[in-house]
Design a protein around this ligand. Sequence first.
Ligand code: SF4
Ligand code: SF4
Length: 195
Amino acid sequence: MQQTGSVPDYAFLDQMEAAGPFHVAECFQCRKCTSGCPTTFAMDLYPDQIIRYALLGLKDEILRSRTIWVCASCETCTTRCPNGIHIAEVMDYLKELAVREGIPSPMPQILALHKTFLDNVRQGGRVFEGSLLPVYFLRSGQLRDKIRKGTWLDDAKMGWRLLRKKRFALTPKPIQAREEVRSILRPSRKGGISS
Ligand code: SF4
Ligand code: SF4
C-alpha cells in the first residue's frame, strides 16, 4: 500500500458525491470489488482502498495513484458491490478530477489513449481506426520510440495487411447522429480529459 502523508481533505467525499452520487459512504469494506477486479496486478491501491481513502479524505494519494489510470472500466466491481456503490464511475470521475487539478498522470500513455479516443469519437461520432492509432502513437511519444528502435516498419506492414483484408477503411463512415454524440462528449467539466 502507498504511504499516506498529505493533510486529509474532509470535504472530498462531499465533492465526490456532488458529482455522482456514487454512494461511497455505504462501503463496509467487504473487498468483493477488489477480489473481482482483473487489473489489480497493476494497481498501487486496490479498488476497496480507493473507496476507503475517499472516506478518509486522502484525495491527494488517490489522485496520484496508478490505480485510477489502469482501471479498465469493466464494471465488475460495480456489479459485485453488495451496496450498489458505483466504483467504476468513481474511477472515471477521479481520472477527470486529476486532469482538472493538474496532477500529472503516473501513466502518461494511458492518459494519451483516453484523450485520443475521446477526440476521435468527438470528430466523427464513432471510432475511426484509420486515425486512432497514428494519432495515439504521435501523442504518446511511441512513434518517436518506434522510429528510434526501427519497429515502425512492423506496424506499417501490419497496417497494410489489415487494409488489404478490408479490416479498416482509409476514410471514416459518417453517422447520422454525429451532433448528438458530440453533445454527449461536450461536458461542462472544463479542463478534464474529455474537454
Ligand atoms: S464491494 Fe462495495 S462494499 Fe465491498 S469493499 Fe468494495 S465498495 Fe466497499
Ligand atoms: S471497473 Fe476498474 S476497478 Fe472496477 S473491476 Fe473493472 S478494472 Fe477493476
